[in-house]
Design a protein around this ligand. Structure first.
Ligand code: K1U
Ligand code: ZN
Length: 173
């Protein structure tokens, strides 16, 4: 397994719409394994393929928080929200492509999602709590949308400038 470099905002690949996968192949299963390893190592609770420069509709996540609980890695190809609760919930989100920046985002509290699994079969489930926050954040990545796009322009601009500075510093190091 390989740990992949994570793109940092601003990057045009993080603003582009990713393409659906035609079929779940062994190469794509290997990429999903590498993404899970990258996510656990970061550490994070989710990761979308565009964040590692792969412009396909694939996301991984594991929102199990308790340290002594068994991990629950999930791999979703071509995920789509097919239903959402009227009830909304605000959560302070972060992003591995926007390190050390957090902001409140309001989203539906529960969502129904359909996707292709590692077995190539269609799956459907209802997500709530942190799982609902995370799956919506990751599907946004597949549509070229970042959590800062929900913020007021001034706050978004401030975060973007911080990230530009971070990238300049990392390039010099
Ligand atoms: O998509 C990403 O950039 C990953 C992101 C997912 C996410 C976090 C919070 C709300 C919505 C979506 C992260 O994993 S940021 C890191 C993080 O939240 C975390 C890190 C260690 C332990 C627990 C959480
Ligand atoms: Zn993110």
């Amino acid at each position: 397994m390989t740990t992949l470099p994570i793109l940092i905002h601003p990057d045009p690949r993080l603003k582009a719409r990713a393409a659906p996968v035609a079929e779940v192949t062994d190469d794509l299963r290997r990429l999903a394994e590498d993404m899970l390893q990258t996510m656990y190592e970061a550490p994070g609770i989710g990761l979308a393929a565009p964040q590692v420069g792969q412009m396909i509709r694939l996301l991984v996540m594991d929102c199990v928080k308790e340290e002594d609980a068994a991990p629950k890695p999930m791999v979703l190809f071509n995920p789509r929200v097919v239903g959402a609760s009227e009830e909304v919930r605000t959560y302070e989100e972060g992003c591995l492509s926007i390190p050390d920046q957090y902001a409140d985002v309001e989203r539906p509290a529960e969502v129904d999602v359909e996707w292709l699994g590692l077995d190539g079969e269609t799956h459907r489930d209802r997500f709530d709590g942190l799982w609902a926050v995370c799956v919506q954040h990751e599907i946004d990545h597949l549509d070229g949308k970042l959590f800062i796009d929900y913020l007021k322009p001034l706050k978004r601009q401030m975060i973007t400038r911080k990230m530009q500075k971070l990238k300049r510093e990392r390039a010099r190091a």
